[in-house]
Design a binder for this molecule. Structure first.
Ligand code: NCD
Length: 435
């Protein structure tokens, strides 16, 4: 199965609530949406009875760690894209903190090619901003853009581009091809030895605190830099109420700044660290209830543009150990939509059209991704996901397609289930199972 393979089949999705609105039918012919309407004739097409389930554009993730090359023990492009399809995604951006780092045309092309071969989901490599993620010297941004992988998003994610001059040069450089720098905002000196959010809980537990200001100081600096050079800045995984205020201010000035929030920062708080279970250890750290509330409101009002998973698989030996020694990061792809339904839809903060916007349209637009995050209408690529919002079940990581198991939701009840995912008309998930 490859993404280049032409799909000649016809599928009729019958009686789906398109973007959560009125029930309608969608006829897929080959890789394209051929017709949208009511009472469409099957005419020999394979029929999927949607029974009022929600039809959304295929989800797009701006922030996925696929771990290949180098850490195939935690995830590969194939297992990660299978996890993505299971979660309703039709495109993911693969972060650059691999071994070797994706800082050359050669490595980004390798990841891009592996994505095409997987056939489950489009893989758009993210290029490193600096050589080896070391923050000292700009990587070959132009060569990565000009490569077969056409890189437009650059990030040292996992590390902050903390040198203001390097950050300025990177922002200036990518203007030439409408690229964007996605900053992992973490002031390194303020987070030396940090193990969790700095606050009441860290004081009680005696764990090194990670202050909100370490994130906010970098965001404040970088929105000013982006405005100064007139370039595009994207902020990875916003986690504090103060970060929201800075982004809101930058947007009010008309600056070209976008931001993402992870599902886990929309739901979980630092209270969970009291368990000392490293499954809750993540960068940026889980914050407070007040931060969660601010992040949800900001996603609802559009200050935060999109949800990005920061899917960070780790093998059990890196997580099933004492807190201080454990790796940071948690899985996200297979639970993201359920967490968003729980935190945003069932709270009345977003409707399903809003979910389509924050999980498909906007992330695709930020990544300038062709053929993804498109409206569900005739002539558009048939990248679609069918969701059963009435489903109730407990998360069981044993059933995950990911190679890793580090989900913070194990055993937790979460609503909703992806029943079908279509990548250019071809089902990657059918009746809840990977094809
Ligand atoms: N988000 C995480 O907690 N981990 C990320 C990188 C990072 O941002 O530290 C990873 O690659 O594991």
């Amino acid at each position: 199965m490859t993404t280049t393979e032409e799909n000649t089949g016809r599928t009729l999705i019958r009686g789906a609530r398109i973007l959560g609105g009125e029930a309608g039918d969608v006829l897929i012919d080959g890789g394209t949406v051929a017709e949208v309407g009511t009472g469409l004739a099957a005419g020999g097409a394979t029929v999927v009875e949607a029974d009022g389930r929600i039809l959304l554009p295929g989800l797009v993730d701006l922030h996925t760690h696929l771990r290949e090359p180098g850490r195939e023990d935690s995830e590969t492009v194939l297992t990660g894209t299978r996890a993505a399809a299971a979660g309703g995604y039709t495109a993911v951006h693969a972060m650059a903190n691999t071994f070797p780092v994706a800082d050359t045309a050669g490595v980004v092309e390798q990841v891009w090619r592996l994505g095409r071969e997987s056939g489950y989901c489009d893989v758009q490599p993210v290029g490193a901003v600096t050589v080896g993620l070391e923050g000292k010297q700009l990587a070959e941004l132009g060569a990565m853009h000009d490569s077969a992988a056409s890189v437009r998003v650059f990030s040292d994610d996992g590390k902050c581009v903390d040198d203001a001059v390097i950050m300025r040069r990177a922002l200036e450089y990518v203007k030439a091809f409408d690229g964007v720098i996605a900053q992992h905002a973490q002031e390194p000196r303020l987070t030396e030895g940090a193990q969790m959010n700095e606050g009441v809980v860290s004081a009680e537990l005696g764990l090194g605190g990670w202050p909100a200001v370490a994130e906010e100081a970098i965001i404040a600096r970088d929105v000013l830099l982006a405005a100064h050079v007139g370039s595009r800045l994207h902020i990875c995984h916003l986690s504090t109420a103060g970060s929201v205020e800075i982004v809101r201010w930058a947007k009010s000035k008309g600056w070209n700044v976008t931001a993402e929030v992870t599902p886990h920062h929309l739901l979980l708080t630092d209270e969970l660290v009291r368990s000392y279970d490293p499954v809750y250890k993540v960068n940026p750290p889980l914050r407070t209830e007040a931060d969660v509330t601010a992040l949800r409101e900001a996603l609802a009002d559009g200050t935060i543009d999109c949800v990005a998973t920061d899917h960070a698989p780790h093998p059990h030996e890196d997580k099933d150990c004492e807190w201080g020694a454990a790796a940071m990061g948690m899985l996200g792809l297979e639970t993201a939509l359920s967490v968003v339904q729980h935190t945003m839809v069932e709270t009345g903060l977003l409707d399903w059209a809003g979910v389509a916007d924050r999980m498909s349209f906007r992330p695709a637009a930020i990544g300038r991704l062709a053929g993804q995050g498109r409206p569900i209408s005739a002539g558009e690529p048939a990248n679609l996901v069918l969701v059963d919002p009435s489903y109730r079940g407990t998360v069981d990581s044993a059933r995950f397609a990911s190679r890793s198991r580090n989900t913070p939701y194990q055993g937790r009840e979460l609503p909703g289930r992806v029943t079908h995912t279509f990548l250019r008309g071809r089902a990657t998930v059918m009746d809840g199972k990977l094809v």
